[in-house]
Design a protein around this ligand. Structure first.
Ligand code: HEC
Ligand code: HEC
Ligand code: HEC
Ligand code: HEC
Length: 88
């Protein structure tokens, strides 16, 4: 994949890969041609991005607001060798 030529840290293989990332590709979440949003994301809000694919989240997530930065906890959002939930 073209992006991985430069972004080699995203290449893996990883123990836990984020379903969308390597299968469908980086552009399911990023617009590399320029996006007004931070990190060239296709949604302004990280939560909206996540919810566009994830209809269900654990019950305790009900306290999170639309502006919650999901990646504060899901910090290894691309893939992880340690956490199946991309928490580290
Ligand atoms: C020719 C090398 C190269 C290629 C190919 C490349 N990038 Fe990048 N990308 C970079 C560099 C350099 C940066 C800036 C890194 C930095 O600021 O730390 C960057 C930054 C980014 C960022 C972060 C932007 C930000 O606001 O911090 C994202 C997201 C990104 N690239 C996604 C992609 C995607 C998706 C692709 C494939 C469609 C891609 N890149 C292909 C070199 C490349
Ligand atoms: C499931 C959605 C998703 C996919 C797929 C995805 N990213 Fe990201 N990416 C994000 C999010 C969310 C952030 C911002 C993380 C944060 O809050 O700082 C990000 C941040 C980045 C950054 C800047 C910070 C960093 O981690 O270096 C780069 C570069 C990047 N992505 C490249 C890629 C590349 C290359 C691919 C494909 C291999 C890819 N992304 C696939 C969601 C995704
Ligand atoms: C393009 C669709 C897409 C986007 C956007 C997306 N995900 Fe995922 N995510 C997936 C798929 C597919 C899986 C694999 C789940 C499965 O097999 O049911 C997954 C798996 C996960 C898992 C592992 C637990 C599980 O359900 O398997 C977590 C945690 C997760 N995603 C969090 C996030 C977060 C947080 C965001 C926003 C930053 C996000 N995802 C954005 C498609 C997506
Ligand atoms: C305070 C930390 C925290 C924040 C913020 C957070 N999460 Fe999570 N999330 C977790 C933990 C911990 C788990 C693992 C739950 C478990 O062990 O069952 C998880 C699991 C998930 C899963 C996997 C569900 C499953 O059962 O497969 C998804 C999807 C998810 N979170 C989405 C989100 C989205 C979307 C946001 C932002 C709106 C978000 N998370 C914000 C901590 C967080």
């Amino acid at each position: 994949m073209a992006c991985l030529r430069c972004h080699t840290d995203k290449q893996g293989p990883f123990v836990f890969e984020h379903g969308s990332s390597l299968v469908e590709g980086c552009t399911t979440c990023h617009d590399p041609h320029g996006s007004p949003n931070r990190r060239q994301l296709i949604f302004q809000s990280t939560a909206d991005l996540c919810h566009s694919c994830h209809a269900t989240v654990p019950g305790f997530h009900i306290r999170f607001r639309p502006d919650t930065q999901c990646t504060n906890c899901h910090s290894a959002i691309h893939a992880s060798n340690l956490s199946p939930y991309f928490l580290k």
